[in-house]
Ligand binder design. Structure first.
Ligand SMILES: O=C1NC(=O)NC(C(=O)O)N1
Length: 312
């Protein structure tokens, strides 16, 4: 019997795949579409204290090998997502959902978490430290001291399952430094990676960028980012306390991509660009493809090969 089931943040999931925050999770229709798919669960769009319109359009563009986006954190506000998930929990007792949140400073992060504490939400919080698309705002995940300060303050007040969404790192010393910080805190998981920030895609015919915000600079997702995503998943797997699990995000289009993320150490994977392209039906194909690979290799569970990447 082959199972792609997994355990993450203290909860059991009958599958190891879900949407990536930002994709198919803006409103109740999209969240229900993921809920009713083969995905194990869903994560909401990153909720901010107040609803946001986000950046001017066009702000998303699909390319031959992935996507570029500068959405700018459009969302219905954290209260909308808390209300939706609190109701959904009643309709699906025992199921665990993920709520993504992002403040624009520490005070906002703590205010968001207070709202979560005061609500009926019983799932997992994903603190987004890596949006690259709010003009004038840095990707917090690249400010190591600030990440340390945020996590210290967060875990002083919040004691339920919580993970962080990180940007990609590209330097071994940065993996070392970030892992040293993360290992100080009772994180349930680390989610690597968010999009590769501030890429540029050009339409050669018109000699123009393809998205309006930030003169065309936007986060890169899709096939382009898989090698970076796998490296970040494995680098943190090598360095983090084993009680901090890893969600692998980035470049997943096939069951083979999921297999590779798990081989690098991921306990769950999130699908972004490919989900945007194919819709929630993708989870049926991905599950079938992953199960076929596991059958061919004689694995019955993802724990048979998780993190067991070989070196030369
Ligand atoms: O964290 C984020 N990553 C992205 O690539 N885009 C969104 C956004 O712009 O809202 N946020």
């Amino acid at each position: 019997m082959i199972s792609t089931a997994t355990t993450l943040a203290g909860s059991n999931f009958d599958n190891c795949m879900m949407n990536a925050s930002g994709v198919y999770c803006m409103d109740s229709d999209e969240l229900l579409a993921v809920e009713n798919s083969k995905a194990a669960t869903f994560v909401t769009k990153s909720g901010t204290l107040q609803p946001r319109k986000g950046n001017p359009e066009p702000r998303y563009f699909e390319t031959e090998f992935g996507s570029i986006n500068s959405m700018g954190l459009p969302n219905n506000g954290v209260d909308y997502y808390l209300d939706f998930v609190s109701q959904d929990q009643i309709n699906h007792p025992g199921k665990t959902y993920f709520l993504s949140i992002t403040g624009f400073n520490l005070a906002e992060d703590l205010e968001l978490l207070q709202k979560v504490t005061d609500s009926d939400f019983a799932g997992v919080v994903e603190l987004n430290l890596s949006c690259p698309n709010v003009p004038g705002k840095p990707q917090t995940g690249y400010d190591f001291e600030t990440v340390d300060a945020i996590l210290k303050a967060v875990f002083d007040v919040y004691h339920k399952p919580l993970g962080v969404k990180l940007p990609p790192y590209f330097d071994i010393i940065h993996f070392d430094q970030m892992a040293e910080i993360l290992n100080k805190y009772p994180l349930s998981y680390v989610n690597s990676i968010n999009s590769i920030g501030n890429g540029l895609y050009i339409n050669d015919d018109t000699e123009t960028v393809v998205i309006k915000p930030k003169q065309g600079f936007g986060g890169i997702g899709g096939e382009y980012v898989k090698p970076t995503a796998l490296a970040n998943v494995h680098a943190f797997y090598q360095r983090l306390n084993k009680d901090i699990q890893i969600i692998g995000t980035g470049g997943i289009q096939t069951g083979k991509d999921i297999f590779e993320h798990i081989l690098c150490g991921a306990s769950m994977v999130q699908v972004g660009t490919a989900l945007m392209v194919e819709g929630p039906v993708i989870f049926e194909r991905l599950t079938a493809e992953l199960e076929a690979i596991m059958a061919e290799k004689g694995y019955s569970s993802i724990e048979d090969f998780r993190g067991k990447l070989n070196y030369l």
